[in-house]
Design a binder for this molecule. Structure first.
Ligand SMILES: Nc1ncnc2c1ncn2[C@@H]1O[C@H](COP(=O)(O)OP(=O)(O)O)[C@@H](O)[C@H]1O
Ligand SMILES: [Mg+2]
Length: 249
């Protein structure tokens, strides 16, 4: 199997607080892997390790089959992009969106300087953002638009892996649905590989091919989404499923 990212027996945490315990996980190319678990279970910590923002205490992280160690180089940084719950985290408040996207594209070699503007325009259009979006500052967008700008910023550099960490959790239901539909469409159009993190199994069911269940820093089960939603392998997986409110998108 062609894995974009693989974690092998990873232990990681903060100072004297261990969080991840022996976490092994494979993210196959062109698949959307859903990571679900209650708040505090370690999902964002796993995302930080995967993105190279937090070094594991032990274990290995492999990107395209090669171990990543220490500081990641520019190429590795481009390959993994994140979208957070709070879009402010990935947007500079003082920089116009167009400039931020163009610079990221050019810096990472996703576009030549002369073609970056045109590429940004097409991307904004695809994100169903207003035509003047490139000339605006981040604060001039609504919450849902801002999250689509953050997604555009992440996709602008053509990453191999997109990590969406509770990317739609702060949005109202209808705005969330629009963002989820966009992610589903883009995923198909661009053959994206996504680690999709949510505490909400309803959302996971809507977008993911595989489900990974995490609890207290450990992975309890991992299987294709169809199988998980039919028959979770663990008691905890069953409990999570039973507690899903019946909102069918
Ligand atoms: N920067 C940090 N410093 C210390 N502890 C942290 C930090 N971030 C998260 N934690 C702790 O690590 C555990 C896992 O948190 P997190 O990975 O954010 O879980 P989740 O994303 O599943 O809600 C929690 O107990 C949390 O309090
Ligand atoms: Mg989190």
């Amino acid at each position: 199997m062609d894995a974009v990212l693989e974690l092998r027996h990873v232990h990681a945490g903060y100072e004297d607080r261990p969080v991840l315990e022996d976490v092994s996980l494979v993210i196959p190319r062109h698949r959307v892997v859903g990571l679900v678990g209650e708040s505090g279970s370690g999902k964002s910590t796993l995302a930080r390790v995967a993105a190279g923002l937090l070094a594991p205490a032990s274990g290995q992280v492999l990107l395209d089959g090669r171990p990543l160690s220490g500081r990641r180089d520019k190429a590795a940084c481009r390959k993994i992009q994140m979208v957070f719950q709070n879009p402010e985290g990935s947007l500079n408040p003082r920089r116009r969106v167009g400039r931020a996207l163009e610079e990221a594209m050019v810096f990472h070699g996703a576009a030549a300087r002369g073609e970056a503007r045109e590429k940004c325009l097409r991307l904004m259009e695809r994100m169903e953002l207003p035509a003047d979006a490139l000339d605006r500052l981040p604060r001039a967008f609504s919450g849902g638009q801002k999250q689509r700008v953050a997604l555009a910023r992440a996709l602008a550099v053509e990453p191999e892996l997109l990590i969406a960490d509770e990317a739609t959790s702060a949005l109202d239901v209808s705005v969330q649905l629009k963002m989820l539909d966009l992610i589903r469409a883009l995923r198909a159009e661009r053959s994206l590989t996504i680690l999709f993190i949510s505490h909400d199994l309803g959302v996971i069911r809507y977008v993911c091919d595989e489900v990974v269940v995490m609890r207290a820093g450990r992975i309890l089960e991992a299987q294709p989404a169809g199988d998980f939603f039919l028959r979770p392998q663990t008691e905890y997986g069953r409990q999570l499923l039973d507690s899903v409110p019946r909102i069918d998108f």
